[in-house]
Design a protein around this ligand. Structure first.
Ligand code: HEC
Ligand code: HEC
Length: 342
């Protein structure tokens, strides 16, 4: 096995010559050098037509995304060696968490994991937006959710032969490489080619779907906050979800106590828990919460965002609205499975 690996690395690195030469200083390649020969990474994911052009940092490269995808799935980033980013931000569920998953330290989470779809357009991070950048957010997040010191765990992982070359081609400093790579992966999770996107401008768009869109835009006023084409305004609003002890945006701005960031409705039908506290179990329950005026937990109507109004829709209208929201989910977007980890 050792010999086979050495041969492979030599064949790839020095055009097939198997004998160390004067030019390479007579250095005999170690088996680990085989890892230096990585296939070219796939190109950056394409931003779907119809979405604004995101402003990505120049650390978002194909090489960084390739490493980021591996790290995203790797439980060795956590203290219990069992929890990866994907455990909570499940790609099959639109990169969101269904329930308030315990952290890797066994501590219950106050909030459920929000979707990572469309993150490239976010100005700040967290349900309360208390972080201004991924560089600030990720080390704190890995400590809080995965119980681990990011620099420590990635320094360890970077020594795994299959990882070493990945880290080296992203950045000289290992922990920078991990942050750039995880960032590059999560910032390029787009969804923008859902059934509605494909018919939106077509004269043949199904009549019920167009009616659902019109309800969304006008009578039901959903678009005030879930503004197309990203289906979020990236702002904070109060929806009367008061039973869990969470001040939300109040952590940043006292005046916005109890407000939470508007989640995008793209790929929402893949989620199986809704709202920051996972208090709505289905997409329809989350929609109905808005339509009943958001007073179900006994909140004083005065604190609820004025754009949330009690609204009686006919059964036909209610179905049209629900079907429209479902038509914002692209079943094929980001359907990537767990990669083989080094
Ligand atoms: C144990 C569950 C859990 C794990 C593991 C986890 N997260 Fe999270 N994630 C959450 C929760 C809960 C939030 C919301 C936190 C808040 O609002 O304070 C969140 C928020 C985020 C956000 C902000 C999203 C937004 O809409 O503002 C990003 C980005 C993120 N996580 C990326 C990651 C990455 C990358 C990893 C792996 C290194 C990871 N998460 C691991 C639960 C988790
Ligand atoms: C005043 C702004 C506002 C309006 C208007 C509004 N929403 Fe929301 N919506 C939010 C906020 C904020 C949340 C997250 C609240 C939380 O978790 O605390 C949310 C959450 C949701 C969710 C759950 C998504 C998730 O991942 O948790 C769905 C579904 C939803 N809204 C659909 C709608 C529909 C349909 C309408 C129109 C009937 C609508 N919204 C009107 C602000 C608004």
């Amino acid at each position: 096995m050792r010999i086979a690996l050495v041969a492979l690395s030599l064949a790839a690195c020095s055009g097939g010559s198997k004998t160390p030469t004067k030019e390479d200083g007579g250095k005999v390649p170690t088996p680990d050098d085989a890892a230096l020969v990585l296939p070219a990474p796939p190109p950056l994911p394409r931003v779907p037509d119809g979405l604004p052009k995101p402003q990505l940092p120049d650390t978002v490269t194909p090489e960084a995304v390739a490493l980021g995808e591996l790290l995203f799935w790797d439980p060795r980033l956590s203290i219990d060696n069992k929890t990866s980013c994907a455990t909570c931000h499940d790609p099959a569920r639109g990169f969101a968490g269904a329930k308030r998953q315990n952290t890797a330290t066994g501590k219950p989470n106050l909030r459920r994991a929000p979707t990572l779809i469309g993150l490239a357009w976010h100005k700040d991070l967290g349900w309360d937006g208390r972080y201004g950048s991924l560089a600030e957010h990720l080390p704190a997040h890995v400590l809080g959710q995965m119980g681990a010191d990011l620099t420590y765990v990635v320094t360890r992982i970077a020594q795994v032969p299959g990882y070493r070359a990945h880290f080296q081609r992203v950045s000289d400093a290992t922990s920078d490489a991990a942050i750039h790579a995880l960032g590059a992966f999560v910032l390029t999770r787009y969804s923008g080619d859902a059934p509605w996107d494909r018919v939106e401008r077509s004269p043949d768009a199904p009549k019920d779907l167009v009616a659902g869109y019109q309800l969304f835009q006008t009578k039901a006023q959903c678009s005030v906050c879930h503004t197309p084409p990203l289906y979020t305004d990236h702002k904070y609003h109060r929806l009367g979800l008061i039973t869990s002890p969470d001040e939300g945006r109040g952590r940043v701005d006292e005046a916005q106590k109890g407000a939470f960031k508007t989640p995008t409705l793209r790929d929402a039908a893949k989620r199986d828990g809704f709202f920051h506290d996972a208090s709505a179990l289905t997409l329809d329950a989350a929609i109905d919460w808005h339509l009943t005026g958001a007073t179900g937990q006994g909140a004083d109507p005065k604190i609820i965002d004025p754009a949330i109004k009690k609204l009686a829709l006919t059964p036909v209208e209610r179905k049209q609205l629900g079907d429209f929201v479902r038509a914002l989910t692209d079943p094929r977007a980001n359907a990537s499975a767990k990669p083989t980890l080094p």
